[in-house]
Ligand binder design. Structure first.
Ligand SMILES: *Cc1c(COP(=O)(O)O)cnc(C)c1O
Length: 409
C-alpha cells in the first residue's frame, strides 16, 4: 500500500474505492507483493537447490494458495485440513510437507494416504510410523536444536520448554528407532520460531542441523523452516534475505560437498510472504473521549485480528480517508466486549467518525486466526491482482453462523 496523489493505493487501485465497492471490514491483499516476496527469497539463493514451502497457516485462502502454487512454491501445512485445502488449490501431494504436532496417529496415516510428506516431531509417532511403514514411506524428522530465535516468547519454539520437534539431545534415541524400523529419513527439519533476527543465528542453527545430518546417509533435504522477520513498524530490524542467501548459501554448498550430494534446501516462510501484502480495513464507528485518552472505536476487533491482543504485536495503523489531516494521538480499539486494543497512543491523521483505517501487516495470521466471537461475521477478502480488485472470499452472513447449529427446542 502506498500513499499517492490519489490517496492510498494498492496495485494502482484506490483503497477507498475498493472499500466502497466491497464494504467494511475487509481484508485486502496485494498479489504483486506476495509474488515479489516469494521471488525475492528464491533469488537470494542463486546457486542453491532451494524450494520454498509456503506456510499455509499464515493465510489459507484458496486464491492465495493457488497464486503461490502457480509461482512454483510448495506448501507447508500443520493440519490434515490445511493439506486438503492445498490439494484443492492444486498443489501436488509431493509438494506438500505436513508438519503436525500432537496429532493422533490416524491423522499421520491420513497424510500418508494423501501422498504428502510427513515431518515427524516426536519419537512416539516416529516409532509408530516405522512400525507401520518401515522403509516404504520416506519421512522427514523435525529436530529441536534449542536455538533461541529471540523475539516474543509465544512465537519462540526452539527453547528447552518447547513442545515442538524432537530434542537434539535425543539424537541417539532417534537413530535407534530409525535403525530398528529401517525408516527412510528423507529430510531433517527445524523451525526455531517466527522471529530470527540475523543471518548469524540462522547459520548457527543450520550448523547444528548439519551435525545431525552427518548421522544420516540418505538425506535429500535440509529444511530450515522459517523465522524470517518483516517490518511491523518503521526502523524494525528485518531479515536481510539477500545477505542470508550469500552467507548461508556458501555454508550450505560446502556442506553438500562434504556430504557428497546436492541436497535441497527448503524454507517455510509464512509471514515473509504474506504479512506486508495485507491490511485489514475498518470503519470508525465512534470517537470516544475519556479522561485518559481519545478512543477510536472501529467495526472490528480481536475476532478479526488477534495478534495485537495475543502477542502484543504492533500493527501500524493509517487513516485512509484523511491522509492530509493534522496528526493527533488516538487509541484504536475494537467493538468486542473484551479489551481489544489495536494500538495505544498512535499518531494518526485526524480521525472522524466514518473514516476508514487500515491496520497494516494483516496478511499473515490475520484472517486465518479470526473467529466469530461475539457472533460477529467474518470479513470479506479481496485480492488486488493485475491492477484489479477481486473478491476471494464472500463476507459471512447470519446463515453462516447458524448453518451447523441444531436448535433442539
Ligand atoms: C508457523 C510455521 C512456519 C511459518 O512461520 P512464519 O513466522 O510465518 O514464517 C513455518 N514452519 C512451521 C513448521 C510453522 O509451524
Amino acid at each position: 500500500m502506498e500513499l499517492t496523489s490519489k490517496g492510498y493505493c494498492i496495485g494502482g487501485q484506490q483503497v477507498e474505492k475498493i472499500a466502497e465497492e466491497f464494504g467494511l471490514p475487509l481484508y485486502l491483499y496485494d498479489a504483486q507483493k506476495i509474488v515479489g516476496q516469494y521471488n525475492r527469497l528464491l533469488k537470494s539463493f542463486p546457486n542453491t537447490n532451494i524450494k520454498i514451502k509456503y506456510a499455509a497457516k499464515s493465510l489459507t485462502n484458496l486464491s492465495i494458495l493457488s497464486l503461490l502454487k502457480n509461482e512454483g512454491a510448495g506448501l507447508d501445512v500443520v493440519s490434515i485440513e490445511e493439506a486438503k485445502l492445498g490439494l484443492i488449490a492444486g498443489f501436488k501431494p509431493e509438494d506438500i510437507l505436513f508438519t503436525p504436532n500432537c496429532v493422533a496417529f490416524e491423522e499421520v496415516e491420513e497424510g500418508v494416504k494423501l501422498g504428502i510428506t510427513l515431518n515427524i516431531d516426536n519419537i512416539s509417532i516416529l516409532e509408530h510410523f516405522g512400525d507401520k511403514y518401515g522403509n516404504t514411506v520416506p519421512c522427514c524428522i523435525r529436530i529441536n536444536p534449542h536455538i533461541s530465535a529471540g523475539g516474543h516468547s509465544k512465537i519462540q519454539v526452539g527453547h528447552i520448554d518447547s513442545k515442538f520437534g524432537i530434542s537434539i539431545f535425543q539424537l541417539p534415541h532417534i537413530k535407534r528407532v530409525v535403525k530398528a524400523n529401517d525408516i527412510k529419513v528423507r529430510g531433517l527439519h527445524m523451525h526455531s520460531g517466527s522471529d530470527i533476527l540475523d543471518s548469524e543465528v540462522f547459520i548457527r542453527a543450520a550448523q547444528v542441523l548439519f551435525d545431525v545430518a552427518r548421522e544420516f546417509q540418505d538425506l535429500e533435504v535440509i529444511d530450515l523452516g522459517s523465522g524470517f522477520k518483516v517490518a511491523y513498524q518503521e526502523n524494525d530490524v528485518t531479515t536481510n534475505v539477500e545477505d542470508l542467501g550469500k552467507k548461508l548459501g556458501k555454508v550450505f554448498e560446502a556442506f553438500c560437498k562434504e556430504y557428497g550430494k546436492e541436497l535441497e534446501l527448503w524454507f517455510e516462510p509464512g509471514k515473509f510472504i504474506t504479512s506486508e501484502a495485507g491490511c485489514l480495513l475498518v470503519k470508525t464507528n465512534v470517537i470516544k473521549q475519556t479522561p485518559s485518552a481519545v478512543f477510536v472505536g472501529v467495526d472490528s476487533g480481536m475476532n478479526h485480528l488477534l495478534r495485537p491482543m495475543m502477542y502484543d504485536a504492533y500493527h501500524d495503523i493509517v487513516n485512509i480517508s484523511n491522509p492530509k489531516g493534522t496528526q493527533r494521538i488516538y487509541t484504536v480499539v475494537g467493538y468486542i466486549c473484551e479489551t481489544d486494543t489495536f494500538g495505544w497512543d498512535r499518531k494518526l491523521n485526524e480521525v472522524r467518525e466514518g473514516d476508514i483505517l487500515a491496520i497494516k501487516n494483516a496478511g499473515s495470521y490475520g484472517f486465518s486466526m479470526s473467529s466469530n466471537y461475539n457472533s460477529r461475521l467474518k470479513p470479506a477478502e479481496v485480492l488486488v491482482v493485475n491492477n484489479q480488485a477481486k473478491l476471494i472470499r464472500k463476507r459471512e452472513t447470519i446463515e453462516d453462523l447458524t448453518r451447523n447449529q441444531i436448535n433442539i427446542f
